[in-house]
Design a protein around this ligand. Structure first.
Ligand code: GPP
Ligand code: MG
Length: 296
């Protein structure tokens, strides 16, 4: 058989590596109650963790009736959602000031909550991109349900190669999605998409260079989510190479611990990774970081 006779293999859409296809498979199959039950509360579906102090009264002893224990579960679910919402609000607060005429990019948008948060806060246009077809469809349905689909759009696209116009965005972000990609490729695309003076924000888990290399716990988190957590240093090196100049850096590690302490006790929601996060934060090998940078 000559090459000319060979059936052309169908090119994957969006254009992505085999690794990225396996990551998309994970997110196309993912239906964790810790994401769906929290999102259902107010139709803000997040794929990130929470920050801030826990109201521990949500765990107050319920009597042993089934209805009391169901109410306790509902309180815990709502409290975890409140902490995840606080994280989304913190990230969004660093995107502005923005006007309704501005456009923002949610890179690795998951089920879309972050784009809605930004739109509700600033009235801006938002484009969310995800390599999971299921997530993009879910998020688009949510935007239609809210009647904001004229301004908030979701795309089944690779965030490293969006094809969107250069300089079109006033702000862009990654909320816990940088660990799926090479930072040089990611920041090159953000720098291309952001206008001069635009703002890039990430909240991410990174491993701590001062600890050394990736700890056992960091490796377990990588295996759990099929990701590759970067060292803290790599963020700043890669930003410097791509016209992104940090303006605010915040270590959110201490603020992240209460969320995991509560999630560990939420029997109806645990996924099994809770103790690993607490150990990783506790032994200093892993940090939860916010970095805001200006595109110069
Ligand atoms: C949360 O998603 C996080 C990630 C997908 C990436 C890993 C993040 C790090 C900080 C290492 P999720 O909300 O879907 O996860 P879960 O189902 O555990 O709540
Ligand atoms: Mg979650």
């Amino acid at each position: 058989m000559t090459i000319a006779d060979a059936e052309p293999a169908a090119a994957p859409v969006p254009s992505q590596s085999t690794y990225q296809s396996r990551v998309a498979d994970y997110w196309n199959a993912e239906e964790n109650p810790v994401n769906l039950e929290l999102g259902k509360i107010d139709d803000l579906y997040h794929h990130h963790y929470g920050i801030g102090d826990v109201d521990w009264s949500v765990l107050d002893p319920a009597d042993s009736t089934a209805s009391a224990s169901a109410e306790r579960q509902e309180r815990v679910t709502a409290e975890l959602h409140r902490l995840e919402q606080a994280q989304a609000d913190l990230l969004a607060s660093h995107l502005g000031p923005l006007t309704p005429a501005d456009r923002v990019l949610d890179a690795g948008c998951g089920r879309g909550g972050g784009s809605v948060v930004a739109h509700l806060r600033y009235g801006c246009h938002a484009d969310g991109v995800t390599i999971s077809r299921k997530q993009a469809d879910f998020a688009a349905a949510q935007a239609r349900k809210r009647h904001i689909d004229d301004k908030v759009r979701y795309h089944h696209l690779n965030m490293l190669d969006t094809g969107f116009p250069a300089g079109a965005y006033a702000a862009s972000w990654n909320n816990e999605s940088t660990m799926y990609v090479e930072l040089d490729l990611l920041f090159a695309e953000h720098a291309r998409l952001l206008r001069r003076g635009g703002r890039y924000v990430t909240i991410t888990g990174c491993y701590n260079d001062a600890y050394g290399r990736a700890s056992r716990e960091v490796s377990l988190i990588n295996a759990h989510y099929i990701c590759d957590i970067h060292p803290r240093s790599e963020y700043f090196r890669a930003m410097a190479r791509h016209r992104l100049v940090p303006v605010h850096v915040e270590d959110l590690t201490a603020a992240a611990v209460p969320y995991w302490e509560l999630r560990k006790r939420a029997d109806h929601l645990v996924t099994g990774i809770e103790e690993t996060f607490l150990a990783a934060y506790g032994n200093g090998s892993f940090q939860y970081l916010l970095i805001a940078a200006d595109r110069v």
